[in-house]
Design a protein around this ligand. Structure first.
Ligand code: HEM
Length: 189
């Protein structure tokens, strides 16, 4: 493991590559509408911070990176998506967890395994997924705008980050609508 992974004495492994402030203005959101859908070009800032480690059941120790993502529509410069979450890494088996909430009354726990090597100097692919059991939502959302699955692939190499994510929704009478977001960001600090 490279010494670049150590921050304040804690080994963040692959998560060290995330830490910093990232900006990108090539975002495209595909979102549901009652009649059809909308495509929203967007820009965003994501702040990732080293947040220490935790021990679960005295057996599992996870390194923690906390993030805040703020997304604005290009058409009117208004924030239209806000997300707060954590990435967790378990050095014992190289597994990762992304857990986050959005201010619609939806929270997600998505899991995956890093392959092959956890070295922030290489291209790193953080690939996580959640099925319905990894999604909790307020009763209104469960009835009217249900999230049924989530996948997220985030790739980091040097100062560049790319991601694609899909939230599968049952909404407006549509079953399994793919609400997708993609963007490319650069590290600004
Ligand atoms: C860059 C990321 C994202 C952007 C820009 C975004 C944007 C949007 C937009 C524009 C809508 C339609 C809202 C409306 O018509 O009022 C929407 C709906 C929705 N989004 Fe997202 N979203 C993002 C990520 C997510 C994620 C990660 C989740 C959950 C895991 C999520 C869950 C939902 C849900 C449940 C709805 C349906 C609510 C509704 O349309 O009234 N979104 N999103």
């Amino acid at each position: 493991m490279s010494e670049h992974c150590i921050i304040d004495g804690i080994n963040y492994g692959p998560l060290a590559a995330l830490v910093g402030t990232w900006e990108g203005d090539k975002g495209v959101d595909r979102a549901p509408e009652p009649e059809g859908e909308e495509r929203n070009p967007y820009y965003e800032t994501i702040l990732f911070e080293a947040a220490g480690d935790v021990t679960n059941a005295e057996k599992q120790t996870l390194s923690v990176v906390r993030y805040h993502q703020v997304v604005s529509r290009k058409s009117n410069n208004e924030v239209f998506h806000d997300q707060i979450g954590y990435w967790l890494w378990d050095p014992a088996d190289n597994s990762i967890v992304e857990t986050f909430t959005i201010p619609r009354g939806v929270a997600v726990v998505a899991t995956g395994t890093l392959a092959p090597a956890a070295d922030p100097e290489q291209e790193l692919v953080f690939d996580v997924a959640a099925d319905a059991s990894g999604i909790v939502q307020a009763p209104f959302m469960f009835k009217q705008a249900r999230s049924t699955a989530f996948t997220h692939t985030l790739t980091v190499k040097g100062g560049q980050m790319r991601y694609t994510e899909t939230t599968v929704l049952d909404i407006y009478g549509k079953k399994s609508y793919d609400h997708t977001d993609v963007n490319t960001l650069s590290r600004v600090s």
